[in-house]
Write a protein that binds this ligand. Structure first.
Ligand code: APR
Length: 392
Protein backbone atom coordinates (compact mmCIF):
# COMPACT_ATOMS: atom_id res chain seq x y z
CA UNK A 1 0.00 0.00 0.00
CA UNK A 2 1.29 3.44 -0.89
CA UNK A 3 0.17 7.03 -0.33
CA UNK A 4 1.79 10.33 -1.28
CA UNK A 5 1.66 11.47 2.35
CA UNK A 6 1.16 9.58 5.61
CA UNK A 7 -0.03 11.87 8.40
CA UNK A 8 0.68 10.56 11.90
CA UNK A 9 -1.92 11.87 14.35
CA UNK A 10 -5.51 13.05 13.92
CA UNK A 11 -5.45 16.13 16.15
CA UNK A 12 -6.09 19.61 14.78
CA UNK A 13 -2.70 19.69 12.98
CA UNK A 14 -2.92 16.27 11.30
CA UNK A 15 -6.54 16.60 10.23
CA UNK A 16 -5.95 20.04 8.75
CA UNK A 17 -2.95 18.80 6.75
CA UNK A 18 -5.18 15.94 5.56
CA UNK A 19 -7.99 18.30 4.54
CA UNK A 20 -5.63 20.56 2.59
CA UNK A 21 -4.19 17.53 0.78
CA UNK A 22 -7.58 15.99 -0.03
CA UNK A 23 -8.95 19.33 -1.26
CA UNK A 24 -6.11 19.31 -3.82
CA UNK A 25 -6.76 15.67 -4.70
CA UNK A 26 -3.55 14.34 -3.10
CA UNK A 27 -3.88 10.82 -1.69
CA UNK A 28 -2.95 10.54 1.95
CA UNK A 29 -3.49 8.32 4.97
CA UNK A 30 -4.06 9.58 8.51
CA UNK A 31 -3.02 7.21 11.32
CA UNK A 32 -4.39 7.79 14.83
CA UNK A 33 -3.98 5.76 18.02
CA UNK A 34 -7.27 6.96 19.55
CA UNK A 35 -10.80 6.24 18.40
CA UNK A 36 -12.79 8.70 16.30
CA UNK A 37 -15.02 9.36 19.33
CA UNK A 38 -12.07 10.09 21.60
CA UNK A 39 -10.52 12.69 19.28
CA UNK A 40 -13.92 14.30 18.66
CA UNK A 41 -14.60 14.63 22.38
CA UNK A 42 -11.24 15.77 23.76
CA UNK A 43 -11.76 19.23 25.27
CA UNK A 44 -8.60 21.31 25.13
CA UNK A 45 -8.06 24.73 23.59
CA UNK A 46 -10.86 26.97 22.31
CA UNK A 47 -9.61 30.41 21.31
CA UNK A 48 -8.97 30.78 17.60
CA UNK A 49 -7.24 33.72 15.98
CA UNK A 50 -8.71 35.61 13.06
CA UNK A 51 -5.70 34.79 10.80
CA UNK A 52 -6.31 31.09 11.49
CA UNK A 53 -10.01 31.44 10.64
CA UNK A 54 -8.93 33.06 7.33
CA UNK A 55 -6.83 29.93 6.75
CA UNK A 56 -9.79 27.67 7.56
CA UNK A 57 -11.91 29.53 5.03
CA UNK A 58 -11.12 26.99 2.40
CA UNK A 59 -14.18 24.99 3.20
CA UNK A 60 -13.20 24.20 6.81
CA UNK A 61 -14.78 27.12 8.65
CA UNK A 62 -18.50 26.67 7.88
CA UNK A 63 -19.69 25.57 11.33
CA UNK A 64 -17.19 27.78 13.09
CA UNK A 65 -18.40 30.93 11.33
CA UNK A 66 -21.98 29.97 12.13
CA UNK A 67 -21.55 28.88 15.74
CA UNK A 68 -18.42 30.47 17.21
CA UNK A 69 -18.67 33.49 19.44
CA UNK A 70 -16.65 36.55 18.55
CA UNK A 71 -14.70 38.01 21.45
CA UNK A 72 -13.94 41.69 21.29
CA UNK A 73 -12.45 42.35 24.72
CA UNK A 74 -10.69 40.72 27.63
CA UNK A 75 -10.41 41.95 31.19
CA UNK A 76 -7.50 42.09 33.59
CA UNK A 77 -8.24 42.18 37.30
CA UNK A 78 -5.61 43.52 39.66
CA UNK A 79 -5.44 45.75 42.70
CA UNK A 80 -9.08 44.81 43.40
CA UNK A 81 -10.24 46.59 40.22
CA UNK A 82 -11.58 45.58 36.82
CA UNK A 83 -9.49 46.72 33.86
CA UNK A 84 -11.32 45.91 30.62
CA UNK A 85 -9.16 45.77 27.52
CA UNK A 86 -11.24 46.37 24.40
CA UNK A 87 -8.99 45.10 21.65
CA UNK A 88 -11.71 45.32 19.01
CA UNK A 89 -12.18 49.00 19.72
CA UNK A 90 -8.43 49.49 19.51
CA UNK A 91 -7.62 47.44 16.41
CA UNK A 92 -10.87 46.30 14.77
CA UNK A 93 -9.75 42.69 15.41
CA UNK A 94 -11.42 39.93 17.37
CA UNK A 95 -10.99 36.36 18.62
CA UNK A 96 -13.24 33.39 17.90
CA UNK A 97 -14.32 31.10 20.73
CA UNK A 98 -14.87 27.60 19.36
CA UNK A 99 -14.02 24.56 21.50
CA UNK A 100 -11.29 22.41 19.96
CA UNK A 101 -13.47 19.29 19.95
CA UNK A 102 -16.04 21.04 17.71
CA UNK A 103 -13.28 22.00 15.28
CA UNK A 104 -11.82 18.48 15.31
CA UNK A 105 -15.30 17.04 14.68
CA UNK A 106 -15.72 19.38 11.67
CA UNK A 107 -12.26 18.43 10.37
CA UNK A 108 -12.81 14.66 10.70
CA UNK A 109 -16.11 14.95 8.86
CA UNK A 110 -14.59 17.08 6.10
CA UNK A 111 -11.53 14.85 5.71
CA UNK A 112 -13.10 11.40 5.94
CA UNK A 113 -16.80 11.78 5.09
CA UNK A 114 -16.82 14.66 2.59
CA UNK A 115 -13.41 14.29 0.93
CA UNK A 116 -13.13 10.51 1.30
CA UNK A 117 -9.69 10.71 2.93
CA UNK A 118 -8.21 7.44 4.21
CA UNK A 119 -7.91 7.22 8.00
CA UNK A 120 -7.15 4.42 10.44
CA UNK A 121 -8.22 4.96 14.04
CA UNK A 122 -7.07 2.76 16.91
CA UNK A 123 -3.73 1.80 15.37
CA UNK A 124 -0.95 0.71 17.72
CA UNK A 125 2.82 0.95 17.82
CA UNK A 126 3.32 3.35 14.91
CA UNK A 127 6.89 3.47 13.57
CA UNK A 128 8.51 5.63 10.90
CA UNK A 129 11.21 4.22 8.61
CA UNK A 130 13.81 5.39 6.07
CA UNK A 131 13.16 9.08 6.54
CA UNK A 132 16.47 10.02 4.98
CA UNK A 133 15.86 8.21 1.70
CA UNK A 134 13.30 9.16 -0.91
CA UNK A 135 11.05 6.17 -0.16
CA UNK A 136 10.13 6.49 3.50
CA UNK A 137 7.44 4.34 5.08
CA UNK A 138 5.30 4.16 8.18
CA UNK A 139 4.21 0.94 9.85
CA UNK A 140 1.62 0.18 12.51
CA UNK A 141 -0.16 -2.71 14.18
CA UNK A 142 -3.68 -3.22 12.86
CA UNK A 143 -6.25 -3.07 15.65
CA UNK A 144 -8.22 -5.99 14.17
CA UNK A 145 -5.55 -8.48 13.18
CA UNK A 146 -2.64 -7.38 15.36
CA UNK A 147 -0.45 -7.68 12.23
CA UNK A 148 2.09 -5.03 11.28
CA UNK A 149 1.17 -3.14 8.17
CA UNK A 150 3.76 -1.15 6.19
CA UNK A 151 2.71 1.87 4.14
CA UNK A 152 5.12 3.44 1.67
CA UNK A 153 4.93 7.16 0.95
CA UNK A 154 6.76 10.21 -0.41
CA UNK A 155 6.43 12.27 2.79
CA UNK A 156 5.52 11.82 6.44
CA UNK A 157 3.71 14.55 8.40
CA UNK A 158 4.49 14.19 12.12
CA UNK A 159 1.35 15.56 13.79
CA UNK A 160 1.13 13.22 16.77
CA UNK A 161 1.49 15.74 19.56
CA UNK A 162 3.83 16.07 22.51
CA UNK A 163 4.02 12.35 23.31
CA UNK A 164 3.99 10.97 19.80
CA UNK A 165 6.48 8.81 17.97
CA UNK A 166 7.64 11.32 15.37
CA UNK A 167 9.26 13.56 18.02
CA UNK A 168 10.97 10.45 19.39
CA UNK A 169 12.17 9.53 15.91
CA UNK A 170 14.28 12.70 15.72
CA UNK A 171 15.52 12.67 19.33
CA UNK A 172 19.28 13.06 19.24
CA UNK A 173 19.18 14.81 15.86
CA UNK A 174 16.95 17.72 16.78
CA UNK A 175 17.91 20.61 18.99
CA UNK A 176 15.21 20.91 21.64
CA UNK A 177 15.05 24.23 23.48
CA UNK A 178 12.96 23.90 26.63
CA UNK A 179 11.68 26.42 29.13
CA UNK A 180 10.15 25.60 32.50
CA UNK A 181 8.08 28.28 34.20
CA UNK A 182 8.35 26.55 37.58
CA UNK A 183 4.63 26.94 38.14
CA UNK A 184 1.54 24.81 37.71
CA UNK A 185 -1.92 25.68 36.42
CA UNK A 186 -4.90 23.77 37.66
CA UNK A 187 -6.95 23.48 34.45
CA UNK A 188 -10.66 23.22 35.17
CA UNK A 189 -13.81 22.80 33.14
CA UNK A 190 -16.94 23.83 34.98
CA UNK A 191 -20.44 22.77 34.01
CA UNK A 192 -21.62 26.36 34.27
CA UNK A 193 -22.26 29.34 32.03
CA UNK A 194 -19.43 31.91 31.90
CA UNK A 195 -19.22 34.32 34.82
CA UNK A 196 -18.39 37.16 32.43
CA UNK A 197 -18.85 37.42 28.66
CA UNK A 198 -15.12 37.85 28.10
CA UNK A 199 -11.81 36.27 29.04
CA UNK A 200 -10.73 37.27 32.57
CA UNK A 201 -7.12 37.40 33.77
CA UNK A 202 -6.84 37.72 37.55
CA UNK A 203 -3.33 38.85 38.55
CA UNK A 204 -3.39 38.30 42.29
CA UNK A 205 -0.61 38.14 44.91
CA UNK A 206 -1.75 34.58 45.74
CA UNK A 207 -1.46 33.49 42.13
CA UNK A 208 -3.05 33.84 38.71
CA UNK A 209 -6.66 32.92 38.01
CA UNK A 210 -8.32 32.91 34.60
CA UNK A 211 -11.76 32.46 33.10
CA UNK A 212 -12.32 31.56 29.45
CA UNK A 213 -15.89 31.20 28.15
CA UNK A 214 -16.26 28.04 26.04
CA UNK A 215 -20.01 27.57 25.48
CA UNK A 216 -23.24 28.63 27.19
CA UNK A 217 -22.96 25.45 29.34
CA UNK A 218 -19.23 25.02 29.92
CA UNK A 219 -16.55 27.44 31.13
CA UNK A 220 -12.81 26.97 31.45
CA UNK A 221 -11.04 28.24 34.57
CA UNK A 222 -7.37 28.19 35.50
CA UNK A 223 -5.78 28.55 38.94
CA UNK A 224 -2.04 28.89 39.46
CA UNK A 225 -0.77 26.17 41.81
CA UNK A 226 2.56 24.54 42.64
CA UNK A 227 3.91 22.42 39.76
CA UNK A 228 3.13 18.74 40.26
CA UNK A 229 0.27 19.55 42.64
CA UNK A 230 -2.31 16.80 43.13
CA UNK A 231 -5.68 17.75 41.55
CA UNK A 232 -7.31 15.81 44.40
CA UNK A 233 -6.03 18.43 46.83
CA UNK A 234 -8.36 20.86 45.03
CA UNK A 235 -11.90 19.85 46.09
CA UNK A 236 -14.89 21.80 44.79
CA UNK A 237 -15.07 24.21 47.77
CA UNK A 238 -11.38 25.08 47.65
CA UNK A 239 -11.43 25.70 43.90
CA UNK A 240 -14.40 28.06 44.05
CA UNK A 241 -13.17 29.89 47.15
CA UNK A 242 -9.84 30.54 45.44
CA UNK A 243 -11.45 31.59 42.15
CA UNK A 244 -13.76 34.01 43.96
CA UNK A 245 -10.83 35.51 45.86
CA UNK A 246 -8.38 35.85 42.95
CA UNK A 247 -10.98 37.17 40.47
CA UNK A 248 -12.63 39.54 42.96
CA UNK A 249 -12.90 43.15 41.76
CA UNK A 250 -15.01 46.15 42.63
CA UNK A 251 -18.28 46.06 40.69
CA UNK A 252 -17.72 42.55 39.28
CA UNK A 253 -20.60 40.08 39.06
CA UNK A 254 -20.12 37.07 41.38
CA UNK A 255 -18.83 33.92 39.65
CA UNK A 256 -21.36 31.34 38.49
CA UNK A 257 -20.34 28.07 40.12
CA UNK A 258 -20.87 24.62 38.65
CA UNK A 259 -19.71 21.02 38.86
CA UNK A 260 -16.04 20.57 37.90
CA UNK A 261 -16.01 18.14 34.99
CA UNK A 262 -12.26 18.32 34.36
CA UNK A 263 -9.45 18.96 36.83
CA UNK A 264 -5.84 18.57 35.67
CA UNK A 265 -2.56 20.10 36.81
CA UNK A 266 -0.40 21.41 33.96
CA UNK A 267 3.28 21.91 34.69
CA UNK A 268 3.80 25.03 32.63
CA UNK A 269 6.57 24.57 30.10
CA UNK A 270 7.44 25.26 26.49
CA UNK A 271 9.68 23.54 23.98
CA UNK A 272 10.78 24.17 20.43
CA UNK A 273 12.26 21.45 18.20
CA UNK A 274 14.69 22.72 15.58
CA UNK A 275 14.59 22.17 12.71
CA UNK A 276 11.01 21.06 12.05
CA UNK A 277 12.03 18.91 9.07
CA UNK A 278 14.24 15.78 8.96
CA UNK A 279 14.64 14.20 5.55
CA UNK A 280 11.13 13.26 4.44
CA UNK A 281 9.58 13.90 7.89
CA UNK A 282 7.95 17.27 8.58
CA UNK A 283 6.75 18.06 12.10
CA UNK A 284 3.69 20.20 12.81
CA UNK A 285 1.84 21.29 15.95
CA UNK A 286 2.74 19.94 19.38
CA UNK A 287 5.01 17.34 17.77
CA UNK A 288 7.30 20.26 16.93
CA UNK A 289 6.68 22.79 19.67
CA UNK A 290 4.68 23.23 22.82
CA UNK A 291 3.61 26.57 24.11
CA UNK A 292 2.10 26.74 27.60
CA UNK A 293 -1.56 27.88 27.45
CA UNK A 294 -0.66 31.37 28.74
CA UNK A 295 -1.61 33.22 25.56
CA UNK A 296 -3.85 30.55 23.94
CA UNK A 297 -1.36 30.06 21.12
CA UNK A 298 -0.89 26.25 20.97
CA UNK A 299 -3.89 25.39 18.80
CA UNK A 300 -3.29 28.46 16.62
CA UNK A 301 0.35 27.57 15.96
CA UNK A 302 -0.68 23.99 15.15
CA UNK A 303 -3.12 25.24 12.52
CA UNK A 304 -0.70 27.80 11.06
CA UNK A 305 1.82 24.93 10.68
CA UNK A 306 -0.77 22.69 9.07
CA UNK A 307 -1.80 25.21 6.39
CA UNK A 308 1.85 25.91 5.54
CA UNK A 309 2.77 22.21 5.43
CA UNK A 310 -0.33 21.12 3.52
CA UNK A 311 0.22 23.81 0.88
CA UNK A 312 3.94 22.99 0.61
CA UNK A 313 3.16 19.28 0.05
CA UNK A 314 0.63 20.18 -2.64
CA UNK A 315 3.10 22.48 -4.42
CA UNK A 316 5.76 19.79 -4.36
CA UNK A 317 3.54 16.85 -5.28
CA UNK A 318 1.37 18.47 -7.94
CA UNK A 319 3.70 21.11 -9.37
CA UNK A 320 7.17 19.87 -8.49
CA UNK A 321 7.88 23.12 -6.64
CA UNK A 322 10.26 22.45 -3.71
CA UNK A 323 10.33 26.00 -2.30
CA UNK A 324 7.54 25.59 0.26
CA UNK A 325 8.98 22.45 1.82
CA UNK A 326 12.53 23.82 1.71
CA UNK A 327 11.46 26.95 3.61
CA UNK A 328 8.88 25.30 5.88
CA UNK A 329 10.99 24.88 9.00
CA UNK A 330 12.64 28.27 8.92
CA UNK A 331 9.49 30.24 8.22
CA UNK A 332 7.39 28.38 10.80
CA UNK A 333 10.07 28.72 13.49
CA UNK A 334 9.97 32.50 13.15
CA UNK A 335 6.34 32.64 14.23
CA UNK A 336 6.84 29.88 16.81
CA UNK A 337 9.60 31.84 18.52
CA UNK A 338 7.64 35.06 18.23
CA UNK A 339 4.68 33.48 20.05
CA UNK A 340 6.97 31.85 22.64
CA UNK A 341 8.42 35.27 23.43
CA UNK A 342 4.92 36.76 23.72
CA UNK A 343 3.88 33.97 26.11
CA UNK A 344 6.90 34.65 28.30
CA UNK A 345 6.16 38.37 28.36
CA UNK A 346 2.56 37.65 29.34
CA UNK A 347 3.57 35.06 31.91
CA UNK A 348 5.51 37.65 33.90
CA UNK A 349 2.46 39.90 33.81
CA UNK A 350 0.24 37.11 35.18
CA UNK A 351 2.59 35.53 37.68
CA UNK A 352 5.18 38.15 38.66
CA UNK A 353 3.03 39.47 41.50
CA UNK A 354 2.82 36.02 43.12
CA UNK A 355 6.53 35.17 43.12
CA UNK A 356 7.06 36.42 46.67
CA UNK A 357 9.84 38.59 45.23
CA UNK A 358 8.88 42.23 45.84
CA UNK A 359 11.08 43.41 42.97
CA UNK A 360 9.37 41.16 40.40
CA UNK A 361 5.99 42.04 41.89
CA UNK A 362 6.82 45.72 41.37
CA UNK A 363 7.91 45.31 37.76
CA UNK A 364 4.93 43.04 36.95
CA UNK A 365 2.53 45.66 38.31
CA UNK A 366 4.32 48.36 36.29
CA UNK A 367 3.90 46.19 33.18
CA UNK A 368 0.19 45.77 33.90
CA UNK A 369 -0.34 49.49 34.48
CA UNK A 370 1.56 50.36 31.31
CA UNK A 371 -0.97 48.32 29.30
CA UNK A 372 -3.62 50.78 30.41
CA UNK A 373 -1.58 53.99 30.29
CA UNK A 374 0.49 53.63 27.12
CA UNK A 375 -1.38 53.33 23.79
CA UNK A 376 1.79 51.98 22.15
CA UNK A 377 2.03 49.15 24.73
CA UNK A 378 -1.68 48.42 24.38
CA UNK A 379 -1.34 48.23 20.59
CA UNK A 380 1.69 45.94 20.81
CA UNK A 381 -0.14 43.60 23.20
CA UNK A 382 -3.28 43.55 21.04
CA UNK A 383 -1.29 42.79 17.90
CA UNK A 384 0.30 39.65 19.33
CA UNK A 385 -2.71 38.61 21.41
CA UNK A 386 -4.92 38.69 18.30
CA UNK A 387 -2.38 36.83 16.22
CA UNK A 388 -0.24 37.62 13.27
CA UNK A 389 -0.88 36.54 9.72
CA UNK A 390 1.50 33.90 8.46
CA UNK A 391 2.10 33.68 4.73
CA UNK A 392 1.10 30.32 3.29
N1 APR B 1 0.49 7.42 16.35
C1 APR B 1 -0.63 8.01 15.87
N2 APR B 1 -1.28 8.99 16.52
C2 APR B 1 -0.78 9.39 17.69
C3 APR B 1 0.38 8.81 18.26
C4 APR B 1 1.02 7.80 17.52
N3 APR B 1 2.12 7.21 17.99
N4 APR B 1 0.63 9.43 19.43
C5 APR B 1 -0.34 10.35 19.60
N5 APR B 1 -1.19 10.32 18.56
C6 APR B 1 -2.38 11.16 18.31
C7 APR B 1 -3.09 11.60 19.57
O1 APR B 1 -4.01 10.60 20.00
C8 APR B 1 -3.79 12.87 19.09
O2 APR B 1 -5.07 12.60 18.56
O3 APR B 1 -1.95 12.37 17.70
C9 APR B 1 -2.89 13.39 17.97
C10 APR B 1 -2.14 14.67 18.35
O4 APR B 1 -3.08 15.70 18.57
P1 APR B 1 -2.79 16.94 19.57
O5 APR B 1 -2.08 16.46 20.77
O6 APR B 1 -4.07 17.68 19.74
O7 APR B 1 -1.70 17.82 18.75
P2 APR B 1 -1.83 18.86 17.55
O8 APR B 1 -2.73 18.35 16.47
O9 APR B 1 -0.44 19.22 17.24
O10 APR B 1 -2.58 20.11 18.16
C11 APR B 1 -1.93 20.90 19.12
O11 APR B 1 -4.11 21.37 19.90
O12 APR B 1 -4.54 19.56 21.27
C12 APR B 1 -4.26 20.91 21.26
O13 APR B 1 -3.34 21.69 23.28
C13 APR B 1 -3.02 21.26 22.00
O14 APR B 1 -3.30 23.47 21.41
C14 APR B 1 -2.52 22.33 21.13
C15 APR B 1 -2.84 21.89 19.75
Amino acid sequence: QRFAVVVVGAGPAGLTVGCVLRAAGVDCLVLETGTRESVEQRPRAGVIEEPVVRGLERGLAGNLLERARRDTACEFRFDGERHPFGYHELTGGHHWVYPQQFLVTDLVREYADVRGGAVRFGVRDVRVHDLDGDRPSVSYLCPESGHRKVVGCDFVAGCDGARGVTRMAVAGRARVARHDYGIGWLALLAQAPPSADRVLFGCHPDGFAGQMPRSPEVTRYYLQCPPGDDPESWPHERVWAELHRRLAAAGAEPLTEGALIEKRVLDMHDYVTEPMAFGRLYLAGDAAHLVAPIAAKGLNLALHDAFALGDAFVERLLRGDEAGLAGYSESRLRQVWDYQEFSQWLSELYHGGATGDPFRAGTALARLRRLFSSPATAAAFAERYLGTAARY
